[in-house]
Write a protein that binds this ligand. Structure first.
Ligand code: PLP
Length: 410
């Protein structure tokens, strides 16, 4: 049973790939008194966060902010642009792509799921869950759609269930090469503010994201970044929508307000998060995540355990999935590590249940925190009698020592 009175000494190591640890600066900002959401100060706050979030998505077009988790923003993207029976092309990269597809089907869309099929030496029937989106398969499918029935291509940028980051610019190129008018919708719930994302430049029509990953915020805010084509599609889309409808929100956002009561205190936190990220500079944020990912992978390689992502070009800078040897229950391993070292790791989801665990390396972290995470996992592996080839702790220390990241001037 959950014991809320149990407070282990020291701080908890929240190393799941989101929600990620919330910086004290953000926690303090959220503790300001709640203000009138129709009053003048609120309008200023609204305009400030709307301007800042546009810079993070790299867009000049509207970004809709919802008081909801990422799942709500998935539904918003589909229901604002599509109609009952519309055909959508999705790509099976993992558990989150599968959940989004399930939602699309429940909303009455006809979903086609492309995947890299075949069996895998480590994970039977989950081969596609080790690779990113294959843009050439999307192009080939769109070329066959001579009647242009497919209304949207939906892909996950950073598949949080596997640790694979897909090439979104390549998907846009594939759609254009096929001369197809389908909208491009991208789930970057765990990519935004950790991995390079260029909503306008990459020609994305709706980018979906959430607060609890790279933005270093608690869960509870999600986003739809829009393109002019998406706003146009809204005019003829007939899927039922009310709370999610973009039109009223975009209109009221012009003055920094919302048509309903927004989550004021989370927006204080968002303003702080945007200041932190923009002061650091997005390019520095991306470099930091790349370096962390490489350091953690050096540790996994030293252990001799397979990384869930089988394509080194698509390794995620946000998290690393580690496949446990056959017969080693990854959930039991995670439970042991949690109990002994107060360290939370991500579980294997869906088809990957108990076969792998996920190490988050995103957001409010630093070299020593990640070394501690690796130490906790290494101790857990040894306590579980998993033979590791070498020391991951030494490998990550060496990597970080040899790859110094120059921090921006304060
Ligand atoms: N998509 C991805 C890639 C995710 O990582 C998550 C959550 O972790 C979701 C969608 C669902 O978002 P939420 O749990 O905030 O509703």
């Amino acid at each position: 049973m959950l014991n809320l009175d149990h407070h282990p000494t020291g701080r908890h190591f929240l190393q799941i790939p989101g929600p990620s640890p919330v910086p004290d600066r953000i926690l303090r900002a959220m503790s300001l008194p709640t203000i009138d959401h129709r009053g003048p100060e609120f309008g200023e706050l609204g305009l400030r966060v709307l301007d800042g979030i546009g810079q993070i998505f790299k867009t000049k077009h509207p970004v809709v902010i919802y008081p909801a988790s990422g799942t709500g923003a998935w539904e918003a993207a589909l229901s604002n642009t599509l109609s009952q029976g519309d055909h959508v092309l999705m790509f099976e990269t993992g558990h989150f792509a599968s959940l989004w597809k399930k939602m699309a089907a429940r909303l009455g869309l006809k979903c086609e799921f492309l995947s890299v099929d075949g069996t895998d030496e480590y994970l039977p029937n989950a081969k596609g869950w080790r690779y990113g989106v294959q843009a050439d398969l999307i192009e080939a499918r769109l070329r066959k759609d001579t009647e242009k029935r497919i209304k949207a291509v939906c892909v996950v940028h950073n598949e949080t269930s596997t640790g694979v980051t897909s090439d979104i610019a390549a998907v846009r190129t594939a759609i254009d090469a096929a001369g197809h008018p389908a909208l491009l919708m991208v789930d970057s719930i765990s990519g935004l503010a950790s991995v390079d994302l260029r909503h306008d430049e990459w020609g994305v029509d709706v980018t979906i994201s959430g607060s609890q990953k790279g933005l270093m915020m608690p869960p509870g805010i999600s986003f739809n970044a829009l393109s002019p084509r998406a706003l146009d599609a809204m005019k003829s889309a007939t899927l039922p929508r009310s709370f999610w409808a973009w039109d009223e929100i975009v209109e009221m956002n012009k003055d920094g307000y919302w048509p309903y009561t927004p989550n004021t205190n989370l927006l204080y936190g968002l303003a702080e998060s945007l200041d932190m990220l923009l002061q650091e500079g997005l390019e520095n944020v991306f470099t930091r995540h790349h370096r962390w990912g490489a350091g953690v992978r050096a540790a996994v390689n030293a252990w001799g355990l397979p990384i869930q992502c089988a394509d080194p070009q698509r390794y995620s800078p946000v998290l690393t999935g580690v496949i446990t040897p056959v017969g080693v229950d990854a959930d039991a391993l995670r439970r042991l590590i949690h109990k002994r070292f107060d360290l939370s790791l991500g579980a294997g989801l869906g088809k990957l249940k108990a076969r792998m665990f996920r190490m988050g390396h995103l957001g409010f972290s630093n070299d020593l925190t990640l070394i501690a995470m690796v130490a906790g996992v290494e101790m857990g592996l040894k306590l579980s009698n998993v033979q590791v080839a070498g020391s991951g702790v030494h490998a990550i220390m060496d990597y970080f020592a040899d790859h110094h990241q120059k921090m921006p001037a304060a």
